[in-house]
Design a protein around this ligand. Structure first.
Ligand code: ARG
Length: 264
């Protein structure tokens, strides 16, 4: 899961997705609506690895909370999920969806107004907030403590945006993915890092030399994205999410990845 191994994966993903240019239609019997898929027989998901516990590699498999939720959608469509690992920038800008690289994007992605212009989101499926990661005992507990210090941000993310607006006086250092950001904090290459609370708490569990010292209450909610106007698929995703919340599958998946029941 370390930074360097991510590069060849991205190169392979890019090649694979070039082949996925045209859409095919999977007729969805019972619903009566036709859902087009970029690759027939597959629900292709764009994501950006690693972002555990939402999506990360475990051996040869890609696993996580988002992966399990999208698997529910795939199985409702009677197809298998196929995951494409691609930089977050192209996911959040809608570019990958518009280029038919994938049917859905599930990447712990926060719903916001700018993104809503470039893609369509499902109903929210997870709540998050920005948080601060430091080496244990470093005593940076607010963005104001980081004046003249290096603050790691992840490219294209809401954390980067939040830091640009609120970490006045800190030197922002941009990283392409989460693993690079985490390693930079752990090794002291930067003084602190900002990212979503879920991934940072997951990291400190196994890295007791680091700690989460603040949460910023940004009130974010994750959504699964589809191409603008792909209402047939968006509605199907919402239906699956709603059903899964009602019948306990959502709770089971939540417990599997977070060890607790979701807040009601
Ligand atoms: N929630 C943040 C955002 O939407 C970060 C998401 C990063 N996800 C990823 N898989 N790299 O900007």
């Amino acid at each position: 899961m370390f930074a360097r191994s991510a590069l060849p994966v991205i190169a392979v993903a890019a090649t694979v997705t070039l082949l996925a240019g045209c859409t095919s239609t999977a007729s969805q019997g019972s619903s009566g609506s036709d859902i087009s898929l970029v690759k027939s027989g597959k629900l292709t998901t764009c994501t950006h690895l690693p972002y555990p516990p939402f999506q990360s590699r475990q051996g040869k498999k890609i696993v996580g909370f988002d992966v399990d939720l999208v698997d529910l959608v795939a199985s409702a469509l009677d197809v298998k999920q196929e995951i494409v690992d691609t930089p977050f920038e192209g996911i959040q800008s809608g570019e990958d969806l518009n280029a038919n690289q994938c049917d859905v994007a599930a990447a712990g992605m926060t719903i916001n107004e700018v993104r809503e212009k470039n893609l369509d989101f499902s109903d929210p499926y997870f709540e998050a907030t920005q948080a601060l990661l430091t080496k244990k005992g470093a005593s940076y507990k607010a963005l104001g403590d980081l004046k003249g210090k290096k603050l790691a941000v992840q490219q294209g993310t809401t954390g980067e945006q939040y830091a640009q607006r609120h970490a006045k006086g800190a030197k922002l250092v941009q990283f392409e993915d989460l693993a690079l950001l985490l390693t930079a904090v752990k090794t002291g290459q930067v003084d602190a890092g900002i990212d979503d609370n879920g991934v940072l708490y997951d990291y400190v569990k196994d890295n007791p030399d680091t700690e989460v010292t603040a949460e910023f209450n940004t009130g974010e909610r994750y959504g699964i994205a589809v191409r603008t106007g792909n209402d047939a698929l968006r509605k199907r995703v919402n239906k699956v999410l709603g059903d899964a919340r009602a019948d306990g599958r959502y709770d089971r998946i939540y417990r599997k990845w977070f060890g607790t029941a979701p807040k009601k």
